[in-house]
Design a binder for this molecule. Structure first.
Ligand SMILES: Nc1ncnc2c1ncn2[C@@H]1O[C@H](COP(=O)(O)OP(=O)(O)OP(=O)(O)O)[C@@H](O)[C@H]1O
Length: 284
């Protein structure tokens, strides 16, 4: 189990994260917040690339900084910018990554074959990476992060640049990986985690806003989201969340404590909740 205990991170005078406490157990966690909210800072502390200014991060009760290599041995990490050698094939690149992790050659080859199969790249294992699409490269990155069969898999904005088909494929892949490990993935794309994350961590104003299931987060706005026809004048207390295409043309999705005239509430989705939560701070 991974615990973040009262962690604060300051860059000089600027507080990027303040007093964050979180506990992670096996399952998929989505780290969702607008750009600049501190997702990467938190991930870098979870991967020991940055140190907390205050507080500590524990794995099964032990400080991850004092665990050193033992902690990194149970960690798989796909950074936002995944570096690779374009003239290597996936097989060569994974062998290289396995050698860096001191995984014996035979074991590495077995694992590489099974991982490339899992990420759907068996047929391209000897094709140079420079010929790969963004989605294929991302799958190579996931295979690298999974080489050591990590107990903790951390993916920083893994779906950036993927097309819709690749996004779906990615979601299925992550779901399969999460059975007996902690998967933490950061994103600002709501739909990427709505269906696969068991818990969603929301950061707001550099603090933890909540860590709840998607259903619980949406439940906060039950009876408060409505659709009204485009062009409706909104009164005080009615806040525009988004425009959408309804059966009869464009509709406005609004947040309101009281029902507007002739409007029935609609079931809030995670995107409504996200827009509602970050509306007040003008963070979007
Ligand atoms: N080395 C640094 N020195 C000063 N400020 C920094 C540094 N790194 C990050 N910040 C600031 O800390 C805040 C959080 O940055 P971080 O990269 O963690 O955000 P993020 O949520 O991951 O955003 P994005 O999705 O855009 O990557 C931002 O305001 C950023 O400008």
């Amino acid at each position: 189990m991974l615990s973040v205990e009262h962690v604060t991170k300051r860059y000089g005078d600027f507080t990027a994260l303040e007093d964050i406490s979180l506990t992670f157990s096996p399952g998929v966690y989505g780290l969702l917040a607008p750009n600049g909210a501190g997702k990467t800072t938190l991930i870098k502390m979870l991967t020991t690339l940055l140190f907390p200014t205050q507080g500590q991060i524990l794995w099964d009760g032990e400080d991850i900084l004092s665990m050193g290599g033992d902690y990194r041995g149970l960690l798989g990490y796909l950074p936002q910018e995944f570096g690779y050698y374009p003239n290597y094939t996936p097989r060569q690149f994974l062998r290289y990554a396995a050698a860096l992790q001191c995984i014996p050659r035979q074991e590495a080859d077995r694992r590489i074959a099974s991982l490339l199969e899992m990420v759907g790249l068996s047929d391209s294992m000897d094709t140079k990476l420079k010929k790969f699409s963004g989605g294929m490269l991302q799958r190579v990155g996931i295979a690298v992060a999974m080489l050591n069969d990590p107990k903790l898999l951390i993916l920083d904005e893994p779906t950036a640049g993927l097309d819709p088909r690749e996004r779906v494929r990615f979601r299925n892949l992550i779901h399969g990986f999460s059975k007996d490990r902690i998967v933490i993935l950061s994103t600002h794309i709501v739909s990427d985690i709505e269906t696969i994350a068991s818990q969603i961590v929301l950061l707001r104003n550099h603090r933890l806003f909540c860590c709840e299931s998607p259903a619980a987060i949406c439940g906060r706005f039950l009876g408060k989201v409505f659709e009204v026809p485009a062009g409706t004048d909104l009164t005080a207390g009615q806040h525009l969340l988004s425009e959408a295409q309804g059966d009869g043309g464009t509709v406005l999705r609004i947040l309101s404590d009281a029902p507007p005239q002739n409007a029935a509430p609609v079931t809030p989705g995670l995107e409504d909740a996200f827009l509602a939560i970050y509306r007040e701070e003008g963070q979007l």
